[in-house]
Design a protein around this ligand. Sequence first.
Ligand SMILES: Cc1ncc(C[n+]2csc(CCOP(=O)(O)OP(=O)(O)O)c2C)c(N)n1
Ligand SMILES: [Mg+2]
Length: 329
Amino acid sequence: MTDTITEAAELGAAELVEVYRSMRTIRVFEERVHAEFATGDIPGFVHLYAGEEASAVGVCAHLDDRDSIASTHRGHGHCIAKGVDVKAMMAEIFGRRSGACNGKGGSMHIADLSKGMLGANGIVGGGPPLICGTALAGKLAGNGAVSVAFFGDGASNQGTTLEAMNLASVWNLPAVFVAENNGYAEATASTWSVAADNIADRAAGFGMPGVIVDGFDFFAVHEAAGEAVARAREGGGPTLIEVKLTRYYGHFEGDQQTYRGDEVARARERTDCLARFRARVCESGQVAAAELDRVDGEVAALVDEAVTEARAAAKPTEADLHTDVYVAY
Ligand SMILES: Cc1ncc(C[n+]2csc(CCOP(=O)(O)OP(=O)(O)O)c2C)c(N)n1
Ligand SMILES: [Mg+2]
């Protein structure tokens, strides 16, 4: 607790407001996508990140455009935290030409390399090997760039993830592995599927530090990520951070969630990361509540506009089938 208070003091009022804006944007974006998906107008599958905001924002607050992140099928929060344009994301989710990937990727494949967002990823455990590539590139370029892989508790059991952590250590890469343990892989509880008390305990097997963090507490994530990113930038090698949190919606939109009871209601009431953040910074006098209310209004307007513009935008045509097939070097 003493540590997190120190950490909070390190962030100025303007930074705290921007952190809040990012977390709030993710929450409102996801709640709106939930409602829009129910209309039937969004094609494909959607997995929502609401409830997990402190993880993406707490980590990405330490990153800039030279740094890369690899994401998951639950990727909207990572995209927003890394600075991908919200309107381009919404258009992509609606499958429109104005989308971040010209409407051809959808929710599960949003990418923006200009922001170092390597892509959401439909392959569970697909991200960790990717960041071994970008982290090696950063190491060879000597530009201080750090690469971060976000992945779930389910993905933590994939061979790709374990091989990537081993390689990152062997190559002493500027990499951070962020295991977002939300308690489930689809309907399978991590208490059953993860053969250790904590995913972070596996770090020792790969010769890297492993840290467990309360994912409802932005400041705890921010502090742990700060240490890991600094270590990576300074040539100290990779870190595994396990963030324990809860997803507020089902595994995918349409999931009946018969495998869990009232835990989401309890989490929303007792440990919500946005409510905790707001209480903490307002009660300490660091930020005025009215300032955060103003951000709420701006975020609501932005997401409204994003949906209106996405719905009005054109869909890809048959001719667009032939573009974006091969990467041009
Ligand atoms: C290689 C692979 N295996 C299985 C799936 C099907 N699948 C999609 S999401 C998922 C669960 C992932 O759980 P977790 O890693 O904990 O992420 P969360 O959904 O909780 O964010 C599975 C098994 C897949 N997409 N890819
Ligand atoms: Mg999970």
